[in-house]
Design a protein around this ligand. Sequence first.
Ligand SMILES: Cc1cc2nc3c(=O)[nH]c(=O)nc-3n(C[C@H](O)[C@H](O)[C@H](O)COP(=O)(O)OP(=O)(O)OC[C@H]3O[C@@H](n4cnc5c(N)ncnc54)[C@H](O)[C@@H]3O)c2cc1C
Length: 462
Amino acid sequence: MHPSLADTRPSIFWLDQPGASEPAEPLTGSHTADLVIVGSGFTGLWAAIQASEAEPGRHIVVLEAETAAFGASGRNGGFCEASLTHGLGNGLAHWPDELPTLLRMGDENLDGLLDTIDRHAIDCDAERTGAMDVAVEPWQADELRQGAGECDRLGIDADLLDTDEVRSEVHSPIYLAGLWMRSGAAMVDPARLAWGLRDAATSLGVVFHDHSPVRSIRRTDNGVEARTTRGSITADRAIVATNAYRKPLPRIRRHVIPVYDHALMTEPLSDGQWSQVGWGNRQGLSDSANQFHYYRRTADGRILWGGYNVIYHFGGRVGPDVEHHEPTTETLARNFFTTFPQLEGLRFTHRWSGPIAATTRLNCAWGTTHGGRVAWAAGYTGLGVGASRFGAKVALDLVDGGTTERTELEMVRRRPFPFPPEPARWAAVQVTRSAIKRSDRREGRPGIWLRTLDRFGIGLDS
Ligand SMILES: Cc1cc2nc3c(=O)[nH]c(=O)nc-3n(C[C@H](O)[C@H](O)[C@H](O)COP(=O)(O)OP(=O)(O)OC[C@H]3O[C@@H](n4cnc5c(N)ncnc54)[C@H](O)[C@@H]3O)c2cc1C
């Protein structure tokens, strides 16, 4: 075992702090509502807040299998980005004509999100630091230069940093270049954001029931009925915001699969260690290989370090049995010290993982069922902290039956290419993972498998 992992606890850093919302009573008996929302991660919470701010007095009930922030929303890196397309490159590849609109909507979404944090005084250490991609190989530096050209063309606030500039910003001997999107991202404490959103929704009159997994949703004469083990809600409409989890709409799994992403948290760095690292502007960082790390500073002086390997478990299994993967944790720890060799001796206190819901186009998909009475939004891949607010808004548009600028987007109207059924699904993911690794070893050049997937607009990422 890597020495830095000797005292690491299998525990989610963000949830290992006081301040969690008190769990609400589970649902018992039969009730009615105007809108029932299934899941209280970011998508469900944003759906509840935006629906009740748009229409005060609408009777909204949220049913959650565990408690708020149990899923990906309490386990992520806290990069809250404006991008709705899992980054600029993916947006250009899929929706080049729509991209200026998507960029505008993404900026409006991030502004609206930060405004809600302010209005409801949510204490989640939100800082609009921006995010910077760094190149650690020459081919990645070339790609960053191309990216800077696209930012220029599209009017995105971004600075290209050469080797000296990027190393003086953050002191890593392996950096060759950086592309810093200065205003397009904030860093947040995701658990405190989720708990704060839940409190805000409660103050707006939204009713929560925790430990109330929804087993089924069925159509009734006037709406839909969501059933849990001990109760039911009959509502006019429903939104399903369960992202990587299978129930209660298994059909989402045609387009959305759970892949596990892993993260580590260091102990707090001393002032001396921070002076060896620099990073005074506190921006979120990601390296630019196909298998990439994301990393950031926390408010209490630690470094969160995650990503690199995504793992799909046969049959799309999720849950505690599949959350620990020692080889991935070891690789993450070793790679940390390649980036920051001056921190040798630093230890990791927490390790954890969580299911990101991936689509073949790497961003959210939407759909309606039950005669249009139920809408779902899922599959942000690794970029849903900010985009989930937009995802929830689109789900509300869809379930309320309105035509809006959002519902007219090609990105919303067209579903991603579906995944094949098992066992082909598992095999396809493994072959793609190997091809991605090979491509990184060959200066980013895709082999025949990745080129074929590309032609169909299919990808796999975290
Ligand atoms: C390790 C990791 C790092 C990440 N890093 C980032 C990052 O830095 N930036 C970024 O933008 N994104 C990141 N992401 C992705 C981001 O966290 C997600 O896209 C986002 O949180 C999705 O929110 P959600 O509400 O849709 O899903 P979730 O947070 O997963 O919420 C779904 C909820 O539904 C509940 N549920 C499931 N089934 C039922 C049922 N039958 N009945 C009732 N409730 C049910 C679950 O308990 C859960 O609370 C990361 C994800 C992971 C796992």
